[in-house]
Design a protein around this ligand. Sequence first.
Ligand code: CTP
Length: 152
Amino acid sequence: MKTVITYGTFDLFHIGHLRILERLRQLGDRLVVGVSTDEFNSIKGKQSIYSYQERAAIVEALSCVDLVIPEDNWQQKQQDIQHYTVDIFGIGSDWQGKFDELESLCQVVYLPRTPTISTTELKKSLSKVDAQSISQIKQGLDSVLNLVKALE
Ligand code: CTP
């Protein structure tokens, strides 16, 4: 049996996440996914919208995923690879070359990212929408105020 392992935050789960997990699963017979815990994300300077429990539950529900484990730290990969008798470590090309040291333990592959979608960009767009809504509400309130003043 060929085991594949990957890691990630998988916040605001999107099509890029699904595609990479499907492609990784196709490389073997079992896919183990390390989902970054909230504590580990804060060490990385990231804050997710969904909690670890929610993100892990979404990833766990996918038919291409066989097992979800928590990712608590940078060092655990070597131990996980041995513990789960991993054949392939795979991750998106944004990490190109960053995990080459694992090649002494298993095959390491970097898969191309799905273009034009990223959690960071989604978060930026959502915060712009918020800012836009606030400014529209303000404009609406100003018009009402002006109307009231005009009637006085
Ligand atoms: N991924 C991908 N295609 C995308 C976005 C992500 O293949 N368009 C992959 C990443 O390369 C990684 C995995 O999905 O292997 C999990 O990504 P994650 O750690 O959740 O980060 P991103 O979605 O890339 O979020 P961000 O843009 O904030 O880094």
